[in-house]
Design a protein around this ligand. Structure first.
Ligand SMILES: Cc1cc2nc3c(=O)[nH]c(=O)nc-3n(C[C@H](O)[C@H](O)[C@H](O)COP(=O)(O)OP(=O)(O)OC[C@H]3O[C@@H](n4cnc5c(N)ncnc54)[C@H](O)[C@@H]3O)c2cc1C
Length: 378
């Protein structure tokens, strides 16, 4: 890229749901926007993989977030604005409680324990794709640039220089839309941010930064056919919390049947052992657990996918490996203010006091960053 040409009103660092929302809103308001993401794709913690066999046009498997909830008004806004298709998480049937290999799984009625979780047809990727399209076709189309890992922000002569090893662009303002701890670790600020802000960045837990998710897809929903919901809680793992991850049929594709589970944390002995095993060993351990819980049909799989988010440095910092004991109180007040005399805005799920850590909070934070910058850039 020719640095002489790379000038814009706003540079956005991070192309997850928060950064894409901010980029779309600012581009729609007529500002020139360049968004940079360190990965070779957009969406960040949203990642939906095609289910196997891939030549059968199967719907997709979420290895990142899959759910939102009826009270989340920013998600509802996106669903209605982009016309996304919603379906309810499958919960019908008996739940399962697993004390471990030595005891028989217990069945129980979990009706009332599970909130009304909603999912998107095509997976959560449908939201990323809608935001990418909206940003790229906005009133003043935003430039979305992948494989650009921002390392330095330098505020000099009234502009902010955004650099990887070379200059990426000079911007009038910047939206920081990556997890706060990841920013604190990877990005140098010149002049340095105030100490209180640096501390807030370092202290903010990256939601689900400790997590690992496994998804197994099947030809048939054999657990449903046996009167089971697919929901299970296990004391021994490797999967700790298990859910049905199937997707209904649509005009374009047949239904997929799948089960997903969150792995016991890395900080427990079982979690450490599981993560240090080979993929083949992990697959075997997961299938054996599912067979114990749901029957031998669980061994005949179409596909096995897994993602250890705690090993993804762009989504998790060293301190995030330890899961928090409860949902953290997100949205430190410093993130509501602009730094560097109104030129630096914060976005990202963890900066939102509203539904902090969740997709809904990510959207809320992107809208807030755009609103604050619009007021100062005008
Ligand atoms: C396994 C899992 C399950 C989850 N389940 C749910 C759920 O069911 N419902 C829900 O609401 N939420 C869930 N979440 C949380 C949800 O994923 C997040 O709230 C949301 O995706 C955060 O979006 P974001 O844009 O704030 O951050 P991110 O998605 O993390 O995006 C940040 C982006 O910044 C990029 N980046 C980082 N550093 C740099 C840099 N220096 N330069 C350039 N780019 C950089 C990253 O590559 C990334 O794309 C889950 C998360 C995980 C991991």
């Amino acid at each position: 890229m020719n640095p002489d040409q790379a000038q814009c009103d706003v540079a956005v660092v991070g192309g997850g749901i928060a950064g894409l929302t901010a980029a779309w809103q600012l581009a729609e308001a007529g500002y020139s926007v360049m968004l940079f993401d360190a990965r070779d794709r957009f969406g960040g913690r949203v990642l939906t993989l095609p289910a196997a066999p891939r030549d059968r046009n199967m719907p997709w498997l979420d290895v990142g977030p899959a759910w939102f909830w009826p009270h989340q008004r920013h998600m509802q806004l996106m669903v209605s604005h982009f016309g996304l298709e919603v379906f309810a998480q499958h919960t019908q049937g008996l739940a399962t409680f697993d004390r471990g290999a030595a005891s028989v799984p217990e069945r129980f009625d979990a009706t009332g324990q599970l909130g009304r979780s909603l999912r998107l047809m095509g997976g959560m990727q449908a939201l990323t794709s809608a935001l990418v399209r909206a940003a790229q076709s906005a009133h003043r189309p935003a430039a979305l640039i992948a494989n650009a890992h921002v390392r330095l922000l330098r505020w000099v002569n009234g502009v902010i220089e955004v650099s990887e090893s070379d200059l990426l662009c000079s911007a009038r303002a910047v939206v920081l839309a990556a997890p706060p701890r990841v920013l604190a670790r990877d990005v140098e600020f010149s002049p340095p941010l105030p100490e209180a802000l640096q501390q807030s960045l370092r202290n903010t837990v990256t939601w689900m930064g400790h997590s690992m998710k496994c998804v197994v897809s099947y030809e048939q929903p054999f657990w449903r056919n046996a009167g089971l919901s697919g929901y299970a809680v296990s004391w021994t793992g490797p999967l700790q919390e298990i859910h049905d991850a199937s997707m209904p049929s649509s005009a374009e594709s047949p239904a997929t049947y799948a089960i997903m589970g969150f792995v016991t944390p890395r900080t427990s002995p079982a979690g450490t052992a599981f993560r240090s095993a080979s993929v083949a060993e992990r697959r075997t351990a997961v299938l054996e657990q599912l067979a114990r819980l749901f029957g031998a049909n669980a061994l005949s799989v179409l596909d096995y996918e897994e993602l250890d988010w705690s090993a993804q440095p762009l989504s998790s910092a060293t301190d995030d490996v330890q899961p928090p004991s409860e949902h953290p109180a997100y949205g430190a007040p410093l993130f509501d203010a602009l730094a560097w005399e109104g030129r630096l805005a914060w976005a990202g799920a963890e900066t939102s006091a509203v539904e902090g850590g969740y997709l809904d909070g990510a959207i809320a934070s992107g809208l807030r960053a755009a609103r604050l910058l619009e007021a100062t850039l005008r």
